[in-house]
Write a protein that binds this ligand. Structure first.
Ligand SMILES: [Zn+2]
Length: 288
């Protein structure tokens, strides 16, 4: 039998109607969103690992199903992408395939004109920033193989979110990095709660982020909290959802007291608010 491609359209048959072969329903996600995938793979599966774009996604067992968080990076290309799952069982490996439709998000663009010396880093600070980026990259590349988080996530600080996630700043005509977290306005000294259970991996006092805390939630999920006035935890310390880990400040490069809250899912930069509104609809997989 000829292999029919997913979403192949057969024309002129079936009484003139078009038949669209959809082996599965695509998962939808906007750039910067998290998709929670729940799959039934049979009771004998012992491990499930996903691959989406260049990112490896470990799944975890939840009763008779496996769950995985698929992070869509804020700059993933819009369009249909394949998510493949490698399912290991005593019989061997099986591959499941899903469609994930990445929808374009329209992020705000901000044009600023600033004096050159306020924008460009001097040599010393450039060296410092590069070294700090390396420290963060090394820390976030470590993937704890155990899930430490529970399904419900909390916002670390109550307060107005500013919708700053993904914002592109063009300063003096030059595009800067997209803003890869959400900013929450809150008074100096407001307590900052960790969004879920995890282990503190890194505490820093960096040029841009100021006093910051990085929390490992396992399976490649990290959260980060920047511009703090005070850090109340230490690297290696286990924390539970809602625990106070620091206080709101304006350290680092911040124009005033606020919390910068960032989340990485297996390397994808996602809007942390999308974790607090995860949807739980299961979709059947196609087997090949
Ligand atoms: Zn920010």
């Amino acid at each position: 039998m000829n292999a029919l491609k997913r979403n192949q359209v057969l024309k002129g048959k079936h009484g003139g109607m078009q038949l669209v072969l959809t082996e599965d329903v695509p998962h939808l996600g906007k750039q910067g969103e998290v998709v929670l995938l729940k799959i039934g793979v049979g009771g004998d599966a012992t491990a499930v690992t996903g691959q989406f774009l260049s990112r490896r996604i470990p799944f975890f067992r939840d009763g008779d199903r496996y769950l995985g968080l698929i992070g869509i990076d804020l700059q993933d290309a819009p369009g249909m992408h394949e998510l493949t799952l490698d399912v290991v069982s005593p019989q061997g490996h099986r591959t499941l395939s899903y469609n994930v439709l990445v929808i374009k998000e329209h992020y705000p663009v901000q044009h600023l004109t600033l004096p050159k010396d306020k924008v460009d880093l001097d040599d010393d600070n450039l060296v410092r920033v590069k070294a700090e980026q390396e420290i963060v990259r090394t820390a976030l590349n470590q993937i704890s193989q155990e899930r430490l988080w529970n399904v419900a996530f909390v916002q670390p600080v109550e307060g107005p979110t500013t919708g700053a996630f993904g914002r592109l700043r063009i300063i003096n005509g030059q595009a800067r990095n997209s803003h890869n977290g959400e900013d929450i306005a809150a008074p100096l000294g407001t307590e900052v709660a960790v969004m879920n259970d995890g282990i503190v991996r890194l505490t820093v006092d960096h040029f841009f982020s100021g006093k910051g805390v990085y929390v490992d939630h396992g399976l490649g999920l990290y959260s980060m909290y920047f511009h703090l006035s005070q850090i109340l935890v230490e690297p290696g310390q286990a924390v539970t959802r809602g625990q106070v880990i620091g206080k709101v400040g304006a350290s680092g490069r911040a124009s005033g007291p606020h919390l910068h809250w960032g989340v990485r899912v297996n390397g994808a930069r996602v809007n942390p608010l999308s974790l607090t509104k995860l949807s739980f609809t299961p979709v059947p997989a196609s087997v090949r």
